[in-house]
Every structure is written in structure tokens, then in C-alpha cells.
Design a protein around this ligand. Sequence first.
Ligand code: ATP
Ligand code: MG
Length: 585
Amino acid sequence: MGIVLLRMSTLFLRTLRDDPADAEVPSHRLLVRAGYIRRAAPGGFSWLPLGFRVFRNVERIVREEMDAMGAQEVHFPALLPREPYEATGRWTEYGDNLFRLKDRRGVDHLLGPTHEEMFTLLVKDLYSSYKDLPLSLYQIQTKFRDEARPRAGLLRGREFTMKDSYSFDVDDAGLERSYAAHRDAYIRIFDRLGLEYAIVSAMSGAMGGSKSEEFLHPTPIGEDTFVRSAGGYAANVEAVTTVAPDPVPFDGLPEAHVEDTPDTPTIETLVAVARELFPDAGYTAESTLKNVVVTLVHPDGSREPLVIGIPGNREIDAKRLEAQVAPAEVEPFTEFDKHPSLVKGYIGPQVLGGESESKIRYLVDPRVVRGSRWITGANEQGRHVFDLVAGRDFSWDGVIEAAEVLPGDPAPDGSGPLELARGVELGHIFQLGRKYAEALELKVLDENGKLVTVTMGSYGVGVSRAVAAIAESTHDELGLCWPREIAPADVHLVATGKDPAIFEAAETLSAELVAAGLTVLYDDRPKVSPGVKFKDAELLGMPTIVTVGRGLAEGTIEVRDRATGERQEVPVADAATFVLAAARG
Ligand code: ATP
Ligand code: MG
């Protein structure tokens, strides 16, 4: 950011005493109250002078690290034609989150949510040989997504700034290298931004690729749940794989038997009755197999009932299920009248599966291994079957990771029990592979003169979201509290009182600091009380607050560290040197 003297008397800024009514989280409240941003539309914000300086500082760090890793900056329009997105299927698959619009001729367009298609086509346009690769391109650009729930100010907007980059390689080993280079750059970016993060393995969802990791900032206000173990495992909930028990031999297992279990439509009531019937069996909710019916809506619009069998102590995790069945979407199942074999509350696997009469697809949790024994529905009102053995008494069409992950579940890599935490996604890196290059026919000649499909990676950082995440993680009860590299100014210089000598001294000190290369926010307002000025300085959050006031009579000024609150009286003659040293750490 350019070095300047910002005068509070003329700065386009109004700080607010009250929190905005719609602000749910501290960063949103404070950024609005401190006059950094203003809401302009649902999920859309305008940057005011101080806010835009913060934004550009974050952007600069991202840009420096992308340039340093060898990626080249380009810039695309946000208004894009439909065809490329049609070719990859995303015009439809992106669902309601995509802003679609028509031009005056009735031709379909969209506002880019990410730009895989456009980058692929640009490279196809200009490159044709393996000698041109590897290549990484990026842009820092406005993205549009019609989010179901824009919230928390900059954290989830409908219009936001993303750094998106794309790598192009001739083979898988090249993609691995490009991916690793981006991963390293992201580590440097988030370290420089001072943001805590966990790198979690993720599912790539609608993007359709293979390896993928997210940089999640742990915070209770996050919308992403992730899991971690003390031993260093971290994963998105969607990506957690279940540690399945070993199969059990059938020999010696009891025969299945049906029991009357009146009024047991829930797992709780069922377990109570099971314990009454068999007091010594040690039955718990985990002994039961709960069969949950959902409707899958496939991209072609067809609807399919699907039953998922999970241990009764768990619920279906909607996000895990959606990730597994994408691009199909999940809706609640309501058509019991059309499927008489499904007895609500008493569904059992005997009537399910591709082999069965109902033909209803049946998928089970990985814990349902051959030889495992279950209490489950007997497909009749008020009756359950006990000791129903998987693989002996019933079969299934496949295994699905749709059950919720519970604290204490083992980490798949053996690194200990999992704990659940919440986070905000700061960045996402993934290996797209050849999906986009295939759909859009991006091929190059390899060393042997043979045409090969290029393999790609795509990588995103939420630039505007990072501003909010930094505000969120650094603020205190007084207001914002910026790290030095991010702050809109190095120093907030407050002149208090009415004495012209004070304003003269403050003016001189400001000029000295600016000349030495610092940006100074100078509160030169003549008729504002010291109390109001200090409150503003605390709210605005520059890292160093310098006060020129009463102390001047004794030849001193006060220098305060905004983050630690530490104050020091410094002789006027040494003030510039002292503040400079503080600002340069
Ligand atoms: P989320 O899970 O938070 O919705 P996403 O997985 O949809 O994010 P990506 O498509 O991976 O996001 O986009 C790359 C980055 O862009 C994200 O890591 C995030 O930092 C940022 N981002 C995504 N959606 C938004 C949004 N609505 N507002 C602000 N930043 C966003
Ligand atoms: Mg993501």
C-alpha cells in the first residue's frame, strides 16, 4: 500500500457506536462499526478507504506468494458464456448457486463462480506442446455465487474476491509437483496473514477430481465441521473414512428370531424393549441397524428411493451423504404409499437390495461387516428381528460413508481418537485431473509426438473472506486489532486538547513518520473530545497508537501497543525513532 498521511478530519469515515442489526459475528460487527465496509446488497459489501487498504494488503501478500511460486497473473471477465460450462456439465451441476442470466438477444450467460473452463480454453487456444508445460496461471477476481445463506459479512458473500489458480501439466507426476508448489505457497500465505489453519483432506465434491485439501481456520463461528486427532490427522467430515471392524465367521452365531416389540418406532424405545426381553445381552443403540430412506434426485430429474443402513447410535450426516451421492441430490422420502414393502419405523434389510423384489437400492455403513449381528426392523408394524447376521441373513448393494462421525471415533490413520472442531475454509487446493481438459479437449503433443490430455489442478483462496477471518481472530473487546502487515496504517496518531502547540507537534511527528516510510492515521480533528478519539483509535485497531497531549508540556508523548496495551512515555525528541522501531518490530 502507498505510504500516506490519512487525516481523520477529511477521511471518508464514520465510526458507529451501535452494532449493525444484521451482524451475527464480531468481525462483521466491527468492520461495519469501524467504517471499513458497508453493506450494499444481500451478501455484497462496499469497501471504504480503511477497509480497502486492508483488503489490498491481504491481496498483496497473496499476489507476492503466487508470483514467487512462478504462477502468472491474468484476469478474466466475470460475465461468461454458457457453452464451456455446458460442455463440462457445470451449467446444470452447479445448481442454484450459479447466477445465470440472459443478454438482450436471449443468449445464456453466467457470473463466474470459478473459472476452470475459461482457463482451460485459454491454454487450449495458445498452447499445443508438452514443451509449454508446466504452467500455472492465476487471477484475483470477483466471484459470484447465489449462496443459500449469505452470512457473517465478508465470510460468506454472494459477491466476493477469490484468488483462483490453475495448473497445467502433461502427466500425473507434474500435477503432483504443481499441487505441492501451491500447497507450499498457501502455507506461506496463511502464515504471513497470521491465520491459524489446519490442512484437512477433503472431498472435491461438484468439482469432480481426486486429491484435495482444505486450509481450515479453526473458529467456533465456522460453518465447516472437521475432525482432528492428537496424532496430527485432520480431515473434512465428508472425507473421514470409517475404521471398519474385522468380519466375523458365521459358525456358532445364533439364528435370527423375530420378536414382538410394540410401540418401538424409535431407537431409544427399541433398545429399552430389547433390554427387557434379553437382560443379559448388553444391548445398546449400537446393537441396532437403523434403515433410513431418502429420495435421490438424479441430474436427469429421475427420482430413486435409497435405503441406508447405519448403526442406531448414529444419524445420517447430510453433508457426508450428499458428497457420496453427488451429482444426485438428496430429498426426504415421503412416498411410503407407493412402496408397501417399506414399513415406516420397522424397515429391515430382508426386503431391500437389487436382488430383492422391491429392487430398492440398499447401501450400508462400513461397520456392517460380514458376520456382524443386528437388531433391526422385521418389516411389520411392532416387530423387530434379532441376531440378523450381515452376509448370512441379508445382503446389500454397496457400502456408503453417510453416518455421522462421533467424537472418539478412531482416526483412519491410527493416530488416535477424533475430536470435532469448527472452521472457516480459507483456501482449497485440488487435483482436478483430466475432467476439464477432457471435456474441453485440451491436448498437447508429448515427447513422442502423441496427443495427450493435459492434467490440471485448481486452487482457491478467499481474499475477502481472509479479511474477515483476520478481524475475527485478532479483535478484542475494544475493537479491531490488526497485525502490522495487514493494518491500513502503521500508526494512529492522536492529538488531544486545544493547545495549538500540541497540534503543531503532532503535525511534525506525522510528517517525520511518513517521511520515514510509515503510513500514519492522524486524528487531527479539532473539536472532538479525547475520549471519543481514544475510543475510535481502539475501534479502528492500528497496531501502534501515539498520543500527543498533556504530556507535551513535560516534553513527552505516549506510545501504546494496541495488541498488548503496553504504554510508554517517550521524550518528544526521540518519538519518531521510537515509533519507527516499534513499527518495524
Ligand atoms: P465453502 O465450503 O466455505 O462454501 P467452497 O468450498 O464453496 O467454500 P471453493 O469453491 O473451494 O469454496 O472456493 C475457494 C475459496 O473461496 C474458499 O476456500 C473460500 O475461502 C472462498 N469462498 C468460497 N465461497 C465464498 C463466499 N461465498 N464468500 C467468501 N468467500 C468464499
Ligand atoms: Mg472448497
